[in-house]
Write a protein that binds this ligand. Structure first.
Ligand code: B1M
Length: 217
């Protein structure tokens, strides 16, 4: 659509320039570009570049932090447009959403939350670094249909299993579907921990959540 704009978006994240990333997000909205496309063809390209440089030792924590901030600011600027485009009226189900304990990566989780609420789900976003007991408590409190957990670290993925085990222990597992996601999550992992659904991205997460609701009726 607009390769030059997408390249500038990616570069704004690489440079950790939040003012520019927000300005470019607003430019995309004004130009009628789908915000999801702006994220996946523009901003994510930049954040992945920084992530790769970080894992090779070519970038350091401050760059990772700045890129994360610029990415978060851009996604927040696009949120109203995502909600506007997706707004469906009926309530499809209740989702308790969290990034698991020990993990503070929030951008992908929040994107999934925005897409789910724009698609008609009632989303209870507990934030990041959320303890298992807090997730279980919220599921009970709101009588949730789905627990959605994000994990970005190989060291924190295990908490997704811990939540499933806690649901089983509390006798709540039959009544609640579990979906998981995040960069290190694979289909094999999903099977291993006995989750019900998984998606690689935020749009896929909406489809999975809809399927899970259909299968629970
Ligand atoms: Co960190 N980090 N980070 N980080 N970080 C990664 C994940 C890493 C892969 C970078 C690398 O080394 N290449 C690496 C993990 C290695 C591993 O475990 N395999 C890593 C590391 C090591 C760390 C620290 C340990 C660094 C350190 O301190 N030495 C530290 C950990 C802190 C902690 O959590 N305890 C750390 C910290 C940070 C920042 C705070 C600086 C920052 C986050 C800022 C923030 O969130 N506010 C940060 C960032 C920005 C990244 C990268 C570069 C980008 C993550 C991101 O936001 N991506 C990341 C490398 C990468 O992934 N390329 C990296 C964009 C986002 C839209 O994508 O989150 O994947 P993502 O979400 C996608 C899908 O995964 C999916 O949909 C989303 C939208 O498409 N999805 C779901 C996500 N959740 C889902 C849930 C679902 C369904 C789909 O259903 C429930």
């Amino acid at each position: 659509m607009s390769p030059e704009l997408f390249q500038r978006m990616a570069q704004s994240i690489v440079d950790g320039d939040s003012d520019l990333s927000v300005a470019l997000a607003n430019e995309a909205v004004a130009a009628g570009i789908d915000p999801i496309e702006a994220i996946s063809s523009g901003f994510v390209v930049g954040v992945n570049q920084v992530g790769e440089a970080f894992s090779c030792g070519d970038a350091f924590l401050p760059e990772l932090v700045m890129a994360g901030e610029a990415m978060k600011a851009a996604v927040q600027a696009l949120e109203p447009e995502m909600e506007k485009r997706g707004s469906e009226r009926q309530m499809l189900g209740k989702v308790v959403l969290a990034t698991v304990e020990g993990d503070i990566h929030e951008i992908g989780k929040s994107l999934v939350g925005t897409m789910l609420s724009a698609s008609g789900f009632q989303v209870y976003d507990l934030g990041v670094d959320v303890a298992t007991a807090k997730i279980i408590g919220k599921v009970k409190e709101v009588n949730a249909n789905i627990v959605a957990m994000s994990a970005l670290l190989t060291t924190t993925m295990v908490k997704q299993r811990e939540v499933i085990e806690a649901l089983e222990k509390a006798g709540m597992r039959p009544a609640v579907k579990v979906m998981v996601g995040g960069a290190p999550v694979t289909r094999d992992w999903v099977q291993k921990i006995g989750a019900d659904g998984y998606s690689e991205d935020a749009i896929g997460a909406v489809n999975v959540a809809k399927q899970l609701m259909a299968s629970s009726h």
